[in-house]
Design a protein around this ligand. Structure first.
Ligand SMILES: Nc1ncnc2c1ncn2[C@@H]1O[C@H](COP(=O)(O)OP(=O)(O)O)[C@@H](O)[C@H]1O
Ligand SMILES: [Mg+2]
Length: 237
């Protein structure tokens, strides 16, 4: 589905992504883990067309997309839940979801179907339908952000640290929702700093450090690997 080959991304002189290869197959739940500053957000931004790549290719279902604009990439079926949630605080839940539909250019009939489906998945949003997103809790805002991304009917959903700043119970609920979304047929690429959590929920993972992929394997193998255990789980041997 997604094939990233030897891409490099720079911010001026900062070499944020160094010749990275990442692949995601249809139906997979893949996680990208690594410390703060590793380049995880930059990689997602490069996929969605928000950060230009200076070398290499990104293919989505065999088509090169690395030079396309974000709206074209969204219409191909990739949606992103950005870091820090970024709902439109002055807009209601309903309006936030409508923005997601506009990005895809959904018809009103499609929009209605998508909203019905999303409200079944996130009943809390139904209760808060007319509430301004900015007045909701962090967990609820994250659900709005995910709902908005789902309005694009993504084949591939990118999430940038959705658990950040949320209470453990809220995180647990969020992860259940992500598993449901995956089970319903959406392929997921989840970026997380919460390594234990990500490795428990995903099937396969990539470990990123200083702009490079330093390990990739099934999440089960990564959880047992020395690199991950020493660096991220604080286990010495
Ligand atoms: N807008 C920017 N301008 C300059 N450097 C940036 C910018 N955004 C990120 N960086 C740098 O790129 C590297 C990777 O950052 P980022 O992708 O945000 O990492 P992560 O998401 O893994 O924490 C870091 O060294 C960071 O300081
Ligand atoms: Mg980040």
């Amino acid at each position: 589905m997604l094939k990233i080959e030897n891409i490099d991304t720079f911010y001026g002189h900062v070499h944020a992504i160094k010749s990275i290869n990442v692949e995601v197959e249809s139906g997979e739940f893949v996680t990208l883990i690594g410390a703060n500053g590793a380049g995880k957000s930059t990689l997602l931004k490069s996929i969605i067309g928000l950060q230009p790549v200076s070398r290499g290719s990104i293919e989505f279902f065999g088509d090169r997309i690395e030079a396309e604009k974000p709206d074209a990439i969204i219409r191909r079926g990739i949606s992103i839940v950005p870091e820090g949630r970024r709902v439109f605080p002055e807009f209601t839940v309903a309006e936030n979801l409508a923005i997601g539909a506009r990005a895809r250019r959904s018809t009103s009939q499609e929009m209605k179907e998508d909203i019905d489906k999303i409200l079944l998945q996130f009943p809390r949003l139904k209760e808060r339908w007319k509430q301004k997103a900015g007045t909701m809790s962090g967990g609820e805002q994250q659900m709005v952000a995910i709902g908005r991304a789902l309005m694009g009917r993504p084949k591939l959903l990118l999430l940038d640290e959705p658990s950040l700043g949320l209470a453990p119970l809220v995180v647990a609920e969020l992860m259940e929702r992500l598993q449901e979304i995956h089970a319903a047929g959406t392929t997921i690429l989840l970026v997380e700093q919460n390594v234990t959590l990500a490795l428990k929920i995903a099937q396969r993972g990539y470990l990123m450090e200083s702009g490079e992929i330093i390990a990739t394997d099934t999440t089960k193998a990564l959880l047992e690997s020395d690199t991950v255990r020493k660096a991220y789980l604080g286990i010495e041997d």
